[in-house]
Design a protein around this ligand. Structure first.
Ligand code: B12
Ligand code: SF4
Length: 433
């Protein structure tokens, strides 16, 4: 029986800046691809955010998925297995964005989505013939997709429920790789199929790994009605449209939504305009956050620093805003022009890309481009200030007293983040270090 080792690669550097021991998320890509492997294969999965690779594993093929900051590490993995004559297949975001680079390190690459082609490739591998590159010509349908193989999840506890209902996003924000990766198209799984997979999890806490669960509001409401009877708790990512629609929020809350990760990105309208995200109306942020809170749903704000309109004042103003709005959690990122995006092309044309060392494209510990209105050290220092202040005890008290939504878990989570940050956040270094 041929043996396939699937690896979710994560470089030591990115594990450190993400502190993934603490943020131990279950991933779905490989357990999902495993469910599409034809019968007759034995499949193993190693998620490097939590597990170690057995370099001596006797396998016939290795498949690796990875993000840009883990690219060199993934190429090292490929080299080690290829030196033993094992066929190595690379796929995922970075391969899709820079296929010509990735193909130098692999026997086979998958560009973009793999439904159908992956099965075809595995069958031809068994027959002894296969191509160097696979790419679908049209985005695949998400009907009848098999459920991810739960026995390949690394977590077997309460939080092991992860699935996706939709894929892609029809918006085209300049800094985002999602619309590029999925051909600017939003696709949806049939609601009954999603509800059945949702119901199949034993655990109570579920994450929808969708790019934007509010991408189609009518679909989302129907989905929430279908999953409500299972009485689980869930969270997902959503664009700001989610907070404009009472019926969406009502249905979400009734179905067990406890938190939305909201792509606010910036409190500067000019910044939003500059990256083609003008649908984020900054003047409506308070009202939107308040409305989400009024349904008992916590808000995790996704914030990005370093847009062209950002000055060193942006860090203080952003935290003042988040405190005043009573936001429960926030993820701060340093603007990162991922290759293949409109942002990368623009900054490259302007001569502002400082390094192509992909390990530095981690959005947390390095600045890889020349910001317009500050220098790279100011941006790094401001990023650190934002994290430290947001997760300081006075800020936690201010925010959670202002909006005591889901306090039973938002308070311990904030305290844990606070402990993490004040024991030493990501090491800060410039682009040349
Ligand atoms: C879940 C998720 C995570 C999880 C789990 C990560 C994981 N490895 O699965 C966590 C929270 C850990 C995470 C972390 C990060 N993430 Co993330 N994440 C996502 C998210 C929301 C969903 C991914 C997913 O599960 N999709 C569902 C599956 C089924 O789809 P898929 O992965 O695309 O797989 C399909 C194809 O791509 C293909 N495929 C993929 N891999 C392979 C491999 C082989 C061999 C084959 C044949 C096919 C194949 O087949 C699948 C079926 O078609 C995406 C957004 C997105 N939609 O991709 C961002 C996304 C992938 N993440 C992103 C980023 C930036 C990060 C971080 C750098 C953030 C940070 N600063 O910490 C880190 C990096 C982590 C690392 N170790 O390197 C970017 C990637 C940018 C890039 N150029 O790499 C994305 C696109 C978000 C964005 N809007 O820009 N992430
Ligand atoms: S709305 Fe979100 S997922 Fe969609 S393109 Fe913009 S940043 Fe990406």
């Amino acid at each position: 029986m041929p043996k396939l080792l699937l690896i979710t690669a994560s470089a030591a550097t990115i594990k450190r800046v993400r502190r993934s021991r603490f943020l131990n998320f279950q991933q779905i890509t490989m357990p999902y691809l495993a469910s599409r492997v034809p019968p007759g294969w034995e499949v193993i999965h190693v998620d490097e955010e939590a597990e170690e690779i057995d370099w001596n594993a006797e396998v016939d093929m290795v498949g690796v998925t990875f993000h840009t900051p883990s690219a060199y590490h993934a190429y090292d993995i490929a080299a080690r297995f290829r030196s033993r004559g094992v066929c190595v297949v690379l796929g995922g975001p970075h391969v899709t964005l820079v296929p010509e680079e990735a193909s130098k390190y692999a026997d086979v690459i998958f560009v973009g989505e793999a439904e159908g082609l992956w099965e075809e490739f595995l069958k031809s591998f068994e027959a002894g013939t296969y191509l160097k590159e696979y790419q679908l010509t049209t985005p695949p349908s998400l009907e009848n997709v098999p459920a991810a193989r739960k026995e390949l999840f690394h977590r077997h506890d309460y939080s092991s429920g992860v699935l996706f209902a939709t894929r892609g996003c029809s918006n085209e924000c300049d800094f985002c790789t999602v619309s590029v990766m999925y051909c600017h198209s939003l696709r949806k799984r049939p609601i009954a199929e999603v509800a059945a997979e949702y119901a199949s999890f034993k655990g109570k806490v579920i994450i929808f790994w969708d790019d934007n669960i509010a991408g189609d509001l009518a679909y989302a409401k129907e989905l929430f009605d279908a999953i409500a009877p299972y009485r689980k708790w869930w969270s997902s990512q959503a664009s700001i449209q989610a907070g404009r629609d009472d019926a969406f929020l009502e249905a979400a809350a009734r179905s067990g939504c406890k938190q939305l990760f909201l792509g606010l990105e910036s409190i500067s309208q000019e910044s939003m305009k500059g990256v083609n995200k003008h649908f984020n109306r900054v003047e409506s942020y308070y009202e939107i956050i308040e409305r989400i809170h009024s349904y008992g749903i916590a808000v995790q704000a996704g914030m990005v620093f370093g847009f062209d309109a950002d000055t060193p004042q942006v860090f203080k103003d952003t935290i003042d805003f988040l405190e005043e709005a009573g936001v429960q959690n926030a993820t701060f990122n340093i603007l990162t022009p991922f290759p293949g995006t409109a942002l990368f092309r623009r900054l490259e044309a302007e001569g502002r890309i400082l390094t192509r060392d992909w390990t530095k494209y981690n959005s947390r510990a390095n600045v890889v481009y020349q910001p317009r209105q500050m220098d790279t050290t100011e941006l790094l220092a401001g990023f650190r200030y934002a994290n430290e202040r947001f997760y300081s005890l006075p800020s936690i008290a201010r925010r959670l007293l202002r909006s005591p939504v889901q306090l039973w878990w938002t308070l311990p989570l904030n305290l844990a983040y606070s402990y993490g940050w004040h024991r030493g956040g990501p090491r800060i270094s410039g682009p040349s270090s």
